[in-house]
Design a protein around this ligand. Structure first.
Ligand code: HEM
Length: 164
């Protein structure tokens, strides 16, 4: 276990080399996906469209705040100094590859989520109910949900490779 004092920024709580914000996001993504599955269950098997709407809006808000705090942490302190590479404070090629795969999903999600939400808010009635926008929403929203799941999985892989 390295000395916490060696690293820039605040240390996390998971006992790895990661920073506090990396740990917060690592754990939060379990909650985000669990809540999303719950939101879709409420929608599909109980027809609770309003609950789905507000849950998705709450999730998007939490994600926006968490990702902004996370981005600031990464810009200010970076992550590579904490990485468990062959050389102290370095990251191997595999870690960089894992990061780029993760970024493909993370960046596409950052565009897809606002796009899905904006269109849903404009085109579904209030309170929300199935209608003309359904076909398009089901296609894009499923893609957005899958994108978020893949963002999480690839993020967890990157975290384990880089910091554990
Ligand atoms: C990024 C945010 C959102 C995601 C990921 C999402 C996800 C989904 C998914 C995957 C479905 C299809 C479920 C199935 O497979 O049958 C769905 C359906 C639906 N969503 Fe969303 N949703 C989001 C935001 C919203 C918002 C903001 C509203 C309301 C303004 C909304 C209203 C609806 C409605 C009414 C349906 C039912 C469509 C139908 O079955 O005809 N969604 N959503």
């Amino acid at each position: 276990m390295p000395q916490a004092i060696d690293f820039p920024g605040l240390d996390g709580f998971l006992g790895t080399r990661a920073s506090l914000m990396l740990d917060v996001v690592f754990v939060s993504m379990f909650a985000v996906n669990a809540v999303m599955v719950w939101s879709l269950y409420q929608l599909r098997s109980r027809g609770r469209f309003s609950l789905h709407k507000w849950t998705q809006l709450a999730l998007a808000t939490v994600l926006l705040v968490a990702v902004t705090a996370f981005e600031i942490d990464m810009r200010v302190y970076g992550w590579e100094a904490r990485a468990a590479g062959e050389l102290e404070g370095s990251a191997g090629l595999l870690v960089w590859k894992a990061l780029y795969v993760h970024l493909v999903f993370a960046i596409s999600s950052a565009f897809l989520w606002p796009f899905v939400i904006y269109r849903a808010l404009r085109q579904f009635p209030a309170p929300p109910a199935p209608g003309q926008h359904s076909r398009s929403h089901i296609f894009w929203a499923r893609l957005a949900a899958l994108d978020m799941l893949l963002t999480s999985i690839t993020g967890w892989v990157f975290y384990v490779l880089a910091f554990v």
